[in-house]
Design a binder for this molecule. Structure first.
Ligand code: NAP
Length: 437
């Protein structure tokens, strides 16, 4: 082991930075052994220097002076642990230009400006490592970039937003409505004060963009594929899914379909006996299919102080021993040939779960079956509950009708839905949820 320490700076000491500082100080000997030399925290840059911190660091280490990090020639590696796009992007580029290798946990930045960051790093002969940016503690970037290198990955199906998975699990298991569970998730710290990016599918979509870029060599903008969150889901659909033998999960999917890339993030019915369906609470799971290895499942804590810090420190050790530099220059994120085209959303083939509120009178089911049939959508099974009473006194009695279809295209389903909307015997809501294949 070398005596000369590897000097690092942390930019950001919030949730993730605190965990990283904790590992580097509490486990200094273990990390030094694995890195081949001691790691010395040279500076910690934060926004509010006066804020009290829960990890004890030597006096004078915490600063708000970013310029000092850029200028310090002794700092080799910087742990970039700030969120958002700006100033995170400018900080990242300045670090690379100052000759630093960078470990980042910022998925939003890489999703939006990854091309620029990776290109600049490559031009400057620097390395960027980002294991912590997707699925927190789960080593999924290493799995795709290194461990599965002999394979063509053909499919990624993932639960990569812990907040949504926590909410869905509570809704399924305790029959509690969405708004109730969200409020509790905020109280417990599973959900941010503003949970929009989690519950509307944006966070999962950003992570899917990073995974598919690595697996398929194609960068797809987050706005180019279908993205639906969990915020409109209702309890009856979760109950019905259970009756049919499924669980509803916010599933992020990217797969190769005859040379095209199918991508979407949507609430999806997953067979209850599948590992993805059994992933509960704030846990994440990524299911990868490789043409040689078959299916693999990676599961664990997708966020949080120590799990995310575990991924950051693993990247740091990889950089210290020189592995990250070798891997980064060979990553499949900058192909010379044309990127894979995106499969149009209307051509995505799936089965569907449908729920209608229909008037309780003859021919309604026949009318629905006729419309579906004319669009080549065949019915696999139907559940019709008994009528209770009219929603409006003297008005028509309505009953919930639930249909599982055989496989069809999203386009055929949308066309059929436009016709179903005009059927007078169908009252709102009209629910459509895809089924995972
Ligand atoms: N939290 C997780 O579980 C998790 C999991 C995976 C990935 N990530 C990603 O990791 C990154 C950090 O997340 P976090 O949860 O640790 O965030 P956080 O708790 O909000 O902490 C952010 C830190 O950055 C500092 N900071 C903000 N703006 C700065 C600036 N202009 N210059 C210097 N320092 C600045 C803040 O300083 P002050 O402390 O002085 O305010 C704070 O220490 C984000 O990109 C996030 O998406 C987080």
């Amino acid at each position: 082991m070398q005596d000369v320490p590897l000097r690092v700076a942390l930019i950001g000491m919030g949730t993730v930075g605190t965990g990283v500082a904790r590992i580097l100080t509490d486990q200094a000997e273990r990390i030094a052994r694995r890195a081949g030399r001691p790691i010395e925290i040279r500076r910690v840059v934060v926004q509010h220097v006066e804020k009290s911190r829960s990890v004890a660091l030597p006096n004078g280490l915490i600063t708000d002076d970013l310029e000092a990090v850029y200028a310090d020639k002794d700092i080799d590696i910087v742990l970039h642990l700030v969120g958002g796009l700006e100033p995170a992007r400018t900080i990242m580029l300045r670090l690379l230009e100052s000759g630093k290798d960078v470990v980042t946990a910022n998925k939003a930045l890489l999703c939006e400006h990854g091309d620029e960051v990776f290109r600049r790093a490559r031009e400057l002969g620097r390395t960027v490592a980002y294991e912590a940016a997707v699925a927190g503690g789960i080593p999924i970037i290493a799995a795709i970039g290194q461990s599965m290198a002999a394979n063509q990955i053909t499919s990624i199906q993932a639960i990569i937003n812990g907040t949504s998975n926590f909410i869905l699990t509570e809704m399924h298991e305790k029959a509690r409505p969405y708004a109730d569970v969200l409020a509790e998730a905020q109280r417990l710290g599973y959900a941010e004060a503003d949970p929009t990016m989690d519950v509307d599918g944006t966070d999962a979509a950003q992570k899917l963009v990073l995974l598919s870029q690595l697996a398929f060599g194609t960068k797809v903008p987050v706005t180019a594929f279908q993205r639906t969150g969990i915020d409109k889901l209702e309890l009856p659909d979760l109950r019905n899914a259970t009756e049919f033998g499924y669980r509803v999960k916010l599933l992020a999917t990217a797969r190769l379909i005859q040379g095209q890339l199918e991508m979407h993030v949507q609430p999806t019915l997953v067979k209850a006996n599948q590992p993805l369906a059994k992933t509960s609470g704030a846990f994440n799971m990524v299911e990868l299919t490789g043409d040689a290895v078959g299916r693999l499942w990676y599961s664990g804590a997708g966020a949080g102080e120590m799990p995310t810090a575990s991924a950051v420190v693993a990247d740091l050790i990889d950089m210290a021993v020189g592995r990250a530099q070798l891997t980064f220059s060979r990553l499949d994120i900058w192909r010379e040939h044309a990127p894979l085209p995106l499969l149009p959303a209307t051509e995505v083939r799936r089965r569907f779960y449908l729920r209608f509120n229909v008037e309780d009178r003859p021919h309604v089911l026949a009318d629905i079956a006729d419309i579906l049939g004319r669009h080549n959508i065949s019915i696999a099974s139907v559940i019709q509950k008994e009528a209770e009473s009219a929603a409006i006194p003297g008005g028509p009695v309505t009953v919930p009708l639930v249909i599982m279809t055989h496989e069809s295209t999203e386009g055929a389903m949308r066309d059929a839905d436009a016709e179903l909307e005009r059927l007078k015997s169908i009252r709102p809501p009209r629910v459509r949820i895809p089924v995972a294949s």
